[in-house]
Write a protein that binds this ligand. Structure first.
Ligand code: NAI
Length: 333
């Protein structure tokens, strides 16, 4: 029996979290879920969107499965997602992006990994007004965090039979901050002679990704570029409903979909739970439940390639519940 913290989240979060719990149950893996509330719900109850007690629970269980959490735009509390990553030092955001056979999408053979630095850059949240007419936001890049993420990307590449790591930056303009990131990646890559290492300027990378994504293999990026590029990559394989991720630190990890709380479709039983379900498969790998993780991935590939009970974002007419039932049936058959 594993102990895992469950954060259902906001918007479509509770629907897709419920679906994911059912799918894991169908694999036979026993998980004792410790459910906690964060964000708007926690604010109403505990007067803070990120109660200390919640952080302690995540630390105690080491692993958490998390639904998306809404962040107020241009006002209100700071992003709970960003605060969680910073508080728990979940420095690596791992986002694998792989095409699904049979699903109409711009490319049919994408196989990329986005490794995003998760703790600093413009997401450090240090910004202030200068009078009423200007605002300043501070971009923090440190050698230690850049080397740590470069090391993570190279280790990941080596252990997953990947050939190349590309550092992504804008060091031609931000010569000091992005320059430090790039130089840190370069110096770490020297310790990995079996990997090809190169680098690319962020704007050129975006164009190359939409023209020929297979130019790349593992990409390592500072926080903001990583956030944007991972949504772009999700688009390459058919949309946000399919992209899983893991936020990994030395003493905890949180698994969540790349997408947000999708308030436009919340409560309508039409959200695609695949991204969170595939994030849960990553969690099962960490729990050494690899057979169950593979069963889930096989089931998802089966439903998608045979167009079984697919949700509207994938061109189907299925509901969240019908898709989940079909996946559970495949797993238990
Ligand atoms: P979003 O990802 O929630 O939605 C963008 C579009 O994709 C919407 O049309 C939505 O319906 C669709 N979509 C997203 N996930 C889907 C799914 N599983 N199935 C079917 N369609 C799906 O992005 P948006 O609207 O920019 O953000 C909404 C809220 O989510 C914001 O408050 C934002 O801050 C938050 N957010 C939270 C994240 C997290 O908790 N890690 C990540 C990204 C955004």
């Amino acid at each position: 029996m594993h102990n895992v913290t469950l954060i259902p989240g906001d918007g479509i979060g509770p629907e897709i979290a419920q679906a994911t719990v059912e799918v894991i149950k169908a694999t036979g893996v026993e998980i004792n879920w410790h459910s906690i509330e964060l964000g708007q719900n926690a604010l109403a109850k505990y007067n803070t969107p990120l109660p200390e007690e919640a952080l302690e629970k995540i630390k105690a269980n080491k692993y958490a499965l998390k639904g998306p959490i809404t962040t107020p735009v241009a006002c209100g509390f700071r992003s709970v997602n960003v605060a969680l990553r910073q508080n728990l030092n979940l420095y690596a955001n791992l986002r694998p992006v792989k095409s699904f056979p049979g699903l109409p999408s711009p490319f049919s053979n994408v196989d990329l990994v986005v490794v995003r630095e998760n703790t600093e850059d413009l997401y450090a949240g240090i910004e202030h007004m200068i009078g009423d007419t200007a605002a300043e936001s501070i971009k923090i890049i440190t050698k230690s965090a850049s080397e740590r993420i470069a090391n993570f990307a190279c280790e990941y590449a080596l252990n997953h039979n990947r050939k190349k790591v590309t550092a992504v930056h804008k060091a031609n303009i931000m010569k000091l901050s992005d320059g430090l990131f790039l130089n840190s990646c370069r110096s770490v890559a020297k310790n990995y002679p079996d990997l090809i290492f190169d680098d690319c300027i962020i704007d050129a990378l975006c164009m190359n990704l939409v023209l020929s994504p297979n130019k790349y293999d593992v990409m390592v990026l500072p926080n903001l570029y990583g956030d944007i590029v991972s949504d772009l990559c999700a688009g390459l394989i058919g949309g946000l409903g399919l992209a899983p991720s893991a936020n990994i630190g030395d003493s905890a990890a949180i698994f969540e979909a790349v997408h947000g709380s999708a308030p436009d479709i919340a409560g309508k039983n039409m959200a695609n739970p695949t991204a969170l379900i595939l994030s849960a498969a990553m969690l099962l790998d960490f729990l050494e439940e690899r057979a169950a993780a593979q069963k889930i991935r096989n089931g998802v590939y089966h439903l998608i390639s045979n167009k079984i009970s697919l949700t509207p974002d994938l061109g189907g007419t299925g509901t969240t519940q019908e898709y989940t039932e079909a996946l559970c049936k495949y797993i238990t058959q």
